[in-house]
Design a protein around this ligand. Structure first.
Ligand code: MOS
Length: 734
C-alpha cells in the first residue's frame, strides 16, 4: 500500500460541526417536528414499591387539546421479545411499560398524556389521579439485609494467607455516592408510524444495536421496520447506552393516537427515567512489606441494582487484577437488589469506582510506610499482565508519572500532611493512576467518492461530544488524499452501515478503523483504475508508489505525472466509486489499556472545610491522538467530571419512599466555571499498532478514571484527614 501523506490526522483542528452546534443548526432529537406532531408527558409513580389500585384519567381527558391518556388499563399488550446481545442487561426482565399494575421504583411511568400542545399534555398529566397500595421500598445500599445477586469472584494466589502474614496490613471501606450523567441535552424521542413502519428521532449512543433492535423487539416487528435517526447527541456520558422506557412510550403513544409524538423527559425525570452510576461500598484490605511491595489485596464490592435487572459494573473488576503486580488477589463483587430503576454505565464505568478505592488505598499505604506515592506505585508496577502473564502492548505509565511529576512540580511538595498553608487555606497535592481497557468492536463505514472529487463517508455511529464527526473526517481525508473540506462524514441513521455502541472509548478504534479501511480501499481502487488506464498519465506506474494529495493522484518522484480524481472518473465515465469499509478486531496475546497519571492541587479552608481544586494535570498514554484539540477537550471534560465526582455529585434518595430528592441541577451539584481553575492535559506522543490499525487506545474513559482519587489524596495531604467517601463535602472535613 502506498504511504499516504498525513495532513489532517494529528492536526489541532476545530470541530467540523462546531458552527452548527453554536448557531443552533445542529438538530437534536427534540428539534424534529414531523407534520402533525403532538406531545406526550409521562406521569411518574408517586410511591417506591407496591401496586396501582385505582387510576382516574377522566379529568385529564376532559381537558382541551388532550388526545389520549394511556395507562396499564388501556394499553395494548406489547410483545417485548427477548433482545439478547442488545444493551439491555443480560438476565432479569426489563421494565415493561403499562403492562401491569406493579410499581418497582419511585418515578416509574404509570401513564402518559398525549395532547396537541406541550402545555396541555403537562396539565393533563398533572390531573391523572393514581391510587396506590404502597409498601415500604428498600433503597439503601448500606442496609446489610438487602438481598444480593450471585457474586462475581476472582482469585489468584492465597490473598487471605498473604494478608495474615504481611508486615503491614490495612483495611479500609470506601463509599461512592450514586451519580447521574446529567447531559446538557435531555433525553427525548420523536416517533412516527407510517403503517407498520416506525421512524424515531432519538437521543441514543447506539443507533442500530440499541434503539433499533430494542424497538423491534418491544413491538415484535422486523428490524427493517424501524428506522432510527440521531445525528446529534448533546452529551450522554453513558445515559444513552440503553433504550429507556420513554422511547417505547413515545412509539406506543404514536401508534395509539396515529399521530407523530414528541416526548422529552424533564430534567427531574432524567433521574429515574434513565440510568445512573450505581452507589458502591468498596472494602479493601491490603498487605505489604516495609519496602512497599504489596503482597495481597482483598476486594469486597457492593453496588446497587434494581429488583428486575442485575446490572453489574463489569469494569469494577479488572483494575484490581492488572493495575499492580500483586501475587495474591481476591475479589468478591455483589449487586444489591433495591427498589430503584436499573443503573447503567457512566463515564469510566467500574474503573472509576475501583480506582477511587485502590488509588486511595495506595495513597494511605504510602503515608503508612513513608514512601512517596509515585515511588510506591512504581515499586508495584507489573512487567506483564499479572492476571494472565500476557505482555502489555504499550504501557507507559512510568513515563506518564515522570512527565507529570516534572511538569506539575511534584518535587516541591512537603511530603508531610497538613504542613503547607496559604493564609486560611491548607494546601495539598495528590496523585492517582487511571486505567481503561482498550475495547474494539466490529464496525462498518461506507465511503463514496463522487465525480466532483468530494467524498461522503457514513456509519451508524454517534457523536455525543468527543468529536466523531471531526476525527472520522480527518481519517478519511488523509486516506483518500483529500482536504478536510472535500470530505463529509455522516452518522446517526440506522440506514447507514452498522456501528457498535458509541461508548467505552471504542469509537475511534472501531469505526475509525472501518473508515480507514474503506478509504484505503477506495483510494487503491482509484489508483488501480489509473495505472491500468492507457489514457491516464499514470498508466503503467507501480500502483504501490502512487499517492493522492489534494485529490490528485501522482508519483512522488515525478509530481508532474498525475491526474485528479475528477479527471480520472470523468474520462472513465464513472459517477463515482463506492466501497464498504469494515473492521474486525483481531484477537492477539496482548493486554491493551490506556493509562493516566493524574495530579491535583487542592486548597481546603481550615475553618470551613471548603475544598477548592487549584490545578490539575493529567498525563495520558492513549496511543495515537487523531485530534489533539478535541483530545485535550476530552481530558478537561474528564477532569471536570472527576471534580464533580470527588466533591459535588451525589444523588440523594429519601429511603422512606424511594424518592430522589435532588432531581434537578440546583440540588444535584455539578462543577461550574468557578470550580474549574487550571486544568492541563499532556498526551504522550506515540501509537499502539497492536490495538487497531489506527494505533489509538481510546481516551474518553481513562481521562476520568484517576481524577477523584487524585483529588481525595490531595485533600488528605492538605488536611491530614482521610475521608473515605465521595463526594468529599465540607462537613466531613470539620
Ligand atoms: Mo460511556 S459510559 O463510554 O458512554
Amino acid at each position: 500500500m502506498s504511504p499516504q501523506p498525513q495532513a489532517s490526522v494529528g492536526a489541532p483542528l476545530s470541530r467540523v460541526d462546531g458552527r452548527l452546534k453554536v448557531t443552533g443548526g445542529a438538530d437534536y432529537a427534540a428539534d424534529h417536528h414531523p407534520e402533525g406532531v403532538v406531545h406526550a408527558v409521562i406521569v411518574d409513580s408517586g410511591i417506591g414499591r407496591g401496586r396501582i389500585s385505582g387510576i382516574d384519567t377522566g379529568a385529564a381527558e376532559a381537558q382541551p387539546g388532550v388526545i389520549r391518556v394511556i395507562t396499564h388499563r388501556n394499553a395494548p399488550t406489547l410483545p417485548y421479545r427477548d433482545n439478547a446481545g442488545s444493551n439491555n442487561p443480560a438476565g432479569g426482565r426489563r421494565l415493561r411499560v403499562f403492562q401491569d399494575d406493579q410499581i418497582l421504583f419511585h418515578g416509574q411511568p404509570v401513564a402518559v398524556a398525549v395532547a396537541t400542545t406541550l402545555e396541555a399534555a403537562q396539565h393533563a398529566a398533572s390531573l391523572v389521579k393514581v391510587v396506590y397500595d404502597a409498601q415500604p421500598p428498600s433503597t439503601d445500599l448500606s442496609d446489610p439485609d438487602v438481598p444480593t445477586n450471585t457474586p462475581t469472584t476472582y482469585a489468584r494466589g492465597d490473598a487471605q494467607a498473604a494478608l495474615d502474614s504481611a508486615a503491614v496490613r490495612m483495611e479500609m471501606t470506601y463509599r461512592l455516592a450514586r451519580n447521574h450523567h446529567n447531559p446538557m441535552e435531555p433525553h427525548a424521542t420523536v416517533a412516527r408510524w407510517d403503517g407498520d413502519r416506525l421512524t424515531v428521532w432519538d437521543k441514543t449512543q447506539w443507533v442500530i444495536g440499541g434503539t433499533q433492535t430494542e424497538l423491534a423487539a418491544v413491538f415484535g416487528i422486523p428490524l427493517e421496520s424501524v428506522r432510527v435517526i440521531s445525528p446529534f447527541v448533546g452529551g450522554a456520558f453513558g445515559s444513552g447506552l440503553r433504550t429507556w422506557p420513554h422511547t417505547t412510550i413515545a412509539a406506543l403513544a404514536a401508534r395509539e393516537t396515529r399521530r407523530p409524538v414528541k416526548l422529552v423527559l424533564s430534567r427531574r425525570q432524567q433521574y429515574f427515567g434513565t440510568g445512573f452510576r450505581p452507589a458502591c461500598e468498596y472494602q479493601l484490605s491490603l498487605g505489604s512489606d516495609r519496602s512497599g511491595r504489596v503482597s495481597a489485596m482483598v476486594h469486597d464490592m457492593r453496588t446497587e441494582t434494581s429488583t428486575y435487572e442485575p446490572f453489574g459494573e463489569r469494569g469494577i473488576l479488572p483494575l484490581g487484577q492488572v493495575l499492580y503486580d500483586t501475587p495474591n488477589v481476591s475479589q468478591t463483587y455483589r449487586t444489591a437488589r433495591l427498589d430503584v430503576n436499573t443503573p447503567v454505565a457512566m463515564r469510566g464505568p467500574g474503573f472509576a469506582t475501583a480506582a477511587y478505592a485502590i488509588e486511595s488505598a495506595m495513597d494511605e499505604l504510602s503515608y503508612e510506610l513513608g514512601i512517596d506515592p509515585i515511588e510506591l506505585r512504581v515499586r508495584n508496577e507489573p512487567e506483564a499482565d499479572p492476571s494472565n502473564g500476557n505482555a502489555f502492548s504499550t504501557r507507559r505509565l512510568r513515563e506518564c508519572y515522570t512527565t507529570g511529576a516534572r511538569e506539575f512540580g511534584w518535587d516541591r511538595r512537603d511530603p508531610k500532611p497538613r504542613a503547607t498553608r496559604d493564609g486560611d487555606w491548607l494546601i495539598g497535592t495528590g496523585v492517582a493512576t487511571g486505567v481503561y481497557h482498550t475495547l474494539r468492536n466490529p464496525a462498518q463505514a461506507r465511503v463514496r467518492l463522487d465525480a466532483d472529487g468530494s467524498a461522503l463517508v457514513e456509519s451508524a455511529t454517534s457523536d455525543m461530544g468527543p468529536g466523531t464527526y471531526t476525527s472520522m473526517t480527518q481519517v478519511a481525508a488523509d486516506a483518500l488524499g483529500l482536504p478536510m473540506r472535500r470530505v463529509t462524514f455522516r452518522l446517526g441513521d440506522s440506514l447507514m452501515p452498522n456501528a457498535p455502541l458509541h461508548g467505552g472509548s471504542l469509537t475511534m478504534a472501531s469505526v475509525g478503523s472501518a473508515v480507514l479501511n474503506g478509504a484505503d480501499q477506495l483510494r487503491q481502487q482509484a489508483i488501480r483504475l489509473a495505472v491500468e488506464d492507457e489514457r491516464s498519465p499514470l498508466y503503467g506506474a507501480d500502483a504501490g508508489t502512487v499517492v493522492v494529495r489534494n485529490g490528485r493522484l501522482h508519483v512522488p518522484d515525478n509530481p508532474s505525472r498525475g491526474e485528479t480524481y475528477q479527471q480520472l472518473l470523468a474520462r472513465n465515465d464513472r459517477a463515482g466509486l463506492e466501497v464498504l469499509g469494515t473492521y474486525t478486531p483481531v484477537q492477539n496475546r496482548f493486554t491493551i489499556e490506556a493509562y493516566a497519571a493524574v495530579f491535583a492541587e487542592v486548597a481546603v479552608d481550615a475553618r470551613l472545610g471548603l475544598v477548592r481544586v487549584r490545578r490539575m494535570l493529567g498525563v495520558y498514554d492513549a496511543g495515537r491522538i487523531i485530534s489533539p484539540k478535541l483530545a485535550e477537550s476530552q481530558a478537561i471534560g474528564g477532569m471536570v467530571g472527576g471534580i464533580g465526582q470527588a466533591l459535588l455529585e451525589h444523588t440523594v434518595t429519601d429511603h422512606r419512599d424511594g424518592r430522589i430528592v435532588n432531581a434537578n441541577l440546583a440540588d444535584y451539584l455539578v462543577p461550574v466555571n468557578a470550580d474549574i481553575i487550571d486544568l492541563k492535559a499532556i498526551y504522550l506522543q506515540g501509537e499502539d499498532m497492536d490495538a487497531d490499525p489506527l494505533g489509538v487506545k481510546g481516551l474518553g474513559e481513562v481521562v476520568l478514571v484517576g481524577v477523584a482519587p487524585a483529588i481525595a489524596n490531595a485533600v488528605f495531604h492538605a488536611t491530614g484527614h482521610r475521608v473515605r467517601e465521595l463526594p468529599i463535602t465540607a462537613d466531613a472535613l470539620l
